[in-house]
Design a protein around this ligand. Sequence first.
Ligand code: SME
Length: 160
Amino acid sequence: MYDFRIEAADKAAMYRDLAAALEGLVAGEPDPVANMANAAALIWETLPDINWAGFYRNIEGELVLGPFQGRPACIRIAFGQGVCGAAAASLEVQRVDDVHDFPGHIACDAASVSELVVPIVGAGGKLVAVLDLDSPSRARFDADDEAGCIALAEALAKVL
Ligand code: SME
């Protein structure tokens, strides 16, 4: 049984604890679906004020829904389409305060307002997946969330 309770004093410490817990969870496990599933669950349990946390995988140049927590979501997203597709096409983090202002945003859940999408890049610079977090609050994700989630993506890149 895993029972992670991360109650850190500040956000940077919280993300350090989260990364350490994630590295423990995925250590020695080569199956990418299992690792994404536990990562989505750990993030969902730890981060406040989110309504979706999960992965889209790069399957032959298309984003395909992977393990997640939250409401059922769009299954396939083209590179360049919406926030996830922009992250996949550019390999750059997308931190969006209000998705309604983002051209081509895909509304999987009408409750989502802000979004953070972090590319997970494997050896050789190839996109493996994107980590997607949604929140019902405007501007939920700040620079600390971005840095923390980049660290999570780097840890995951080794095991996906
Ligand atoms: N809103 C996303 C689609 C994925 S869902 O939020 C889970 C986007 O525009 O990429």
